[in-house]
Design a protein. Structure first.
Length: 174
């Protein structure tokens, strides 16, 4: 059995991620705190990216997928909203919603929450592209990955839509 076939077999045997997906609980690192005494804006993206990596593993798109099938994903667009300060010592968890997908893209929305109190610290809306790593160009997901992503998008479709989807950066209207 080739490593690509082994990846397919294990993907079929894997249960779908929970609805919605929740990352493991993460801790803020001391070096991530800025001179304002809160989490520096760059590290919100780090934490949300780590959560996406956890979910991608459950979709069959982790490092083994890249090595065996030469596919990966790149973020094409990201809109982060900073809702409430988070500080050193606050445990955080990211909720990930798969909103839509097609043969080459996945539209996600993440909420970074205080892990014990539940309030939202930040949100991130993203468009992710599937990449053929040999050509380093956008390419369709393999059919088995497309099907798995569609299944997760369908399972998330019944959830209430999080506040903030589709927001844009603009000056308030007068």
């Amino acid at each position: 059995m080739t490593s690509a076939n082994a990846a397919n077999v294990s993907l079929r045997d894997m249960p779908l991620p929970p609805v919605p997906f929740r990352s493991s609980v993460m801790q803020i690192e001391p070096g991530w705190i800025d001179y304002n005494g809160h989490l520096n804006m760059a590290y919100y993206n780090v934490m949300m990216d780590r959560a996406i990596d956890e979910m991608w593993l459950q979709l069959g798109m982790g490092p083994a997928y890249m090595k065996a099938r030469h596919g990966s994903s790149f973020t094409a667009e990201c809109h982060v909203r900073y809702v409430r300060e988070i500080h050193l010592g606050d445990p955080v968890q990211v909720t990930v919603y798969l909103l839509a997908s097609d043969e080459k893209r996945i539209h996600t929305f993440e909420e970074l929450r205080h892990a014990t109190e539940g309030w939202i610290s930040a949100t991130s809306e993203n468009m992710t592209l599937h990449i053929d790593m040999n050509a380093r160009k956008v390419a369709p997901f393999p059919l088995d990955i497309q099907a798995r992503v569609r299944d997760v998008v369908s399972s998330h479709a019944g959830l209430p839509r999080p506040e903030g989807i589709g927001r844009k950066v603009a000056m308030p209207s007068k």
